[in-house]
Design a protein around this ligand. Structure first.
Ligand code: AMP
Ligand code: MG
Length: 400
């Protein structure tokens, strides 16, 4: 059985990265993966300008005139830079171009106006309150490399750099299927022995959050013919993700049918929850994940295995951040598998505190209400006590 790290490495070694690209607008590029180097089209700042509201001057003039200069003209944002008349000072505003000949801005709070004459303090620092052309980045600088996933901040930077069209990788087409004879859609009446299906929608939504083109493949019964038909129709997809039927029971047929039609790269990983996961390929295009059916196992294995595979497919570099945290409660167990406990993470006075939630059964969804991360328990660990340092894996950045 593979360890967590071995399984993750096997996935990254197997994923065939995307080739198809498309151009998108800035707005559509949000959350997408850059397909070619992106370079700045302009210098930023585009011209020397004032960092403050105040007065532009030449220090040599100021010294020669004994810190008193007549005010001539005004330069506002959007004005084309004029020339500073020798021996004068010009009114200037934040972001306005520095007039030719000026080398310093003095903020308006530091001067005294006497009619049309400006009295400056003796403490003027030459070169102060200026933003220099290109001090942020230069035209043609490489801003992003392929594989970078674009955030809202990135799109602010690209806007400032004058990049309007972004080459991105075409999003992976991902088919999501639930399997199990007991599964019923929420809202329908439950007959004895039936349960509501709860994996498929969450998986589709997680995929969409990652920018994927997720397709709902519905629920398939535990019948070899139905599963075979599903797998044979998967050629139009880059990824197929199933939940359920990946274990060793008589009716756990997904893995069996998968082995028959595709190639399994691995089955079972030494983790808890989520041990019975299978990964492999069907045909030349499709990557296949058979996730376990238990709701928590399916969400954990999505995070640990599916997400990195998708990021790698889009030429990104996946990483699972681990943060040192202080345990607030005790957790005991038998060593064996690497375990991911659903946890609530809070930052308190600059320290990250992690609470293992009650109800860690992989069928229990209740604790998901408070889950904003995991506590990772190493394979050889017997648990932890309050106050001990544990490794936390955040699921989002809201630590409250
Ligand atoms: P399996 O992996 O098919 O052996 O299923 C393990 C457990 O998860 C069983 O209790 C199933 O009823 C349950 N399960 C499987 N698929 C789903 C699903 N899509 N939604 C909710 N529970 C599921
Ligand atoms: Mg099942």
């Amino acid at each position: 059985m593979l360890t967590l790290e071995e399984a993750r490495a096997a996935i990254l070694a197997e994923v065939t990265p995307a080739a198809a690209t498309e151009m998108t607008s800035l707005a559509q590029a949000h959350g997408r993966f850059v397909a070619r180097e992106l370079r700045a089209r302009v210098d930023n700042p585009a011209f020397d300008n004032s960092a403050m509201d105040g007065y532009a001057l030449r220090v040599a003039d100021l010294l020669a005139a004994g810190f008193v200069l007549p005010r001539r003209g005004e330069c506002r944002c959007g004005d084309a830079p004029g020339r500073l008349a020798a021996g004068t000072t010009m009114r200037i505003f934040t972001g306005a171009p520095l007039p030719e000949g000026a080398d310093t801005v003095v903020i308006q709070e530091d001067i005294k106006l006497e009619g049309d004459t400006v009295v400056f303090p003796k403490t003027v620092q030459p070169g102060s309150h200026l933003r220099r052309r290109g001090e942020d980045f230069h035209q043609d600088d490489v801003l992003y490399q392929p594989g970078r996933r674009l955030s809202a901040y990135d799109l602010a930077l690209l806007s400032a750099a004058g990049v309007a069209q972004i080459p991105v990788y075409v999003s992976a087409r991902v088919l999501v299927v639930a399997t199990g004879d007991e599964l019923v859609a929420p809202g329908a009446p439950l007959r004895p022995g039936q349960i509501y299906e709860s994996n498929r929608l969450a998986t589709i939504l997680l995929l969409r959050e990652l920018g994927m083109d997720a397709v709902d493949g519905g629920t398939v019964r535990d019948e070899p013919a139905a599963l075979r038909a599903l797998l044979k129709s998967s050629a139009d997809f880059d990824f197929v993700i199933t939940s359920g039927g990946a274990s060793v029971g008589d009716h756990d047929l997904v893995k069996q049918v998968f082995a028959e039609i595709g190639q399994i790269k691995f089955w079972k990983v030494k983790i808890k929850p989520g041990k019975p996961i299978a990964f492999g390929r069907v045909g030349t295009r499709t990557h296949f994940f058979a996730l376990p059916g238990n709701p928590v196992s399916s969400l954990v294995t999505f995070k640990l295995f599916v997400e990195p595979a998708l990021i790698a497919w889009h030429h990104g570099i996946p990483h699972l951040p681990h943060l040192a945290a202080t345990a607030t409660n005790e957790f005991r167990r038998h060593p064996g598998r690497t375990e991911f406990l659903r946890a609530h993470l809070v930052s308190e006075n600059g320290k990250l505190m992690a609470t293992a939630l009650r109800g860690q059964g992989s069928h229990m969804l209740g604790p998901l209400r408070e889950t904003n991360g995991f506590i990772r328990v190493e394979a050889d660990s017997a648990g932890f006590k309050p106050g001990e340092t544990v490794m936390a894996v955040p699921l989002n950045t809201e630590f409250s």
